[in-house]
Design a protein around this ligand. Sequence first.
Ligand code: C2E
Ligand code: CA
Ligand code: CA
Ligand code: CA
Length: 275
Amino acid sequence: AKEQGKNRYVLYDKDMDKAFSERMIIEKLLHTAMEKGEFEVHYQPQFDIQTQKVTGLEALLRWKSSELGNVSPVKFIPVAEDTHLIIPLGEWVLNQACIFIKELHDKGLKDLTVSVNISTIQILQSGFTQKIIDIIDSYKLNPECIELEITETILIESFTTVLKKLNKLKGMGIRIALDDFGKGYSSLNYLKQLPISTLKIDKSFIDSVSTDEEGRTITRHIITLGRSLGMTIIAEGVEYTEQLEYLKKYNCDRIQGYLFSKPLPGEEVKKLLNV
Ligand code: C2E
Ligand code: CA
Ligand code: CA
Ligand code: CA
């Protein structure tokens, strides 16, 4: 038993080492990935649940490393945040999203919106709001077609600072989406205090629609609550028809998930939209 314990310890140690060195490698490669042109933005369409028409696109970052191959954002975004590389990277994503939505608007799809994920590090940076406004202005875009997705982790840190910034952005017409709602320790208080236009119900709740009555009940009440606060409700990670049917029955506004479309390169989005 002692022997086994010892081996286990060694194994654990090696795993730690592996995770640590993987992180180090990601960190090292991230620094040059931008100049090597290894990033790309994909877009996942969001659909109106009734008409099944595309209403918006969520910009999702993709990294194809020459050395590591495709690296998931789940792995590299936290590293980009820790190193603050997320600041130039996030700015690049917003620029790409603006260029793409501008192109689609010019092709006649005037109502289409684009959503961009924003990290805590970005929002807490001084001059953040002005930078966002300047970028959107530089493409002569209607701010109402841009949505910034934030998560509650942003709020835990400096609520008052963040609230001020979000109010300023909202005042300019930019939409704010609360992402991953229901995941972790969601505070209903945030719904009351923040200038939120869109509520995105976390995939874990959508998953539970297929598995348990409690999940279904909570999901349907989140929809009612959000809608009565005037928000647009998006269900994330919809994979099954039965989830779609349930969400439709309880008046969810939009859905995003593999059932309708995975995140796609810009060219494929254009094909989907026939432009
Ligand atoms: P998120 O913002 O919650 O984005 C949704 C994630 O769920 C995406 O993963 C998307 O591909 C995936 N997804 C969508 N529909 C389905 C479905 O039906 N089933 C399943 N299993 N998954 C689905 P992705 O692209 O790997 O991104 C993961 C996370 O990385 C994002 O979660 C977001 O937190 C972060 N991220 C991605 N791009 C950016 C970015 O440009 N900036 C920042 N700050 N974070 C980003
Ligand atoms: Ca998101
Ligand atoms: Ca999400
Ligand atoms: Ca997330």
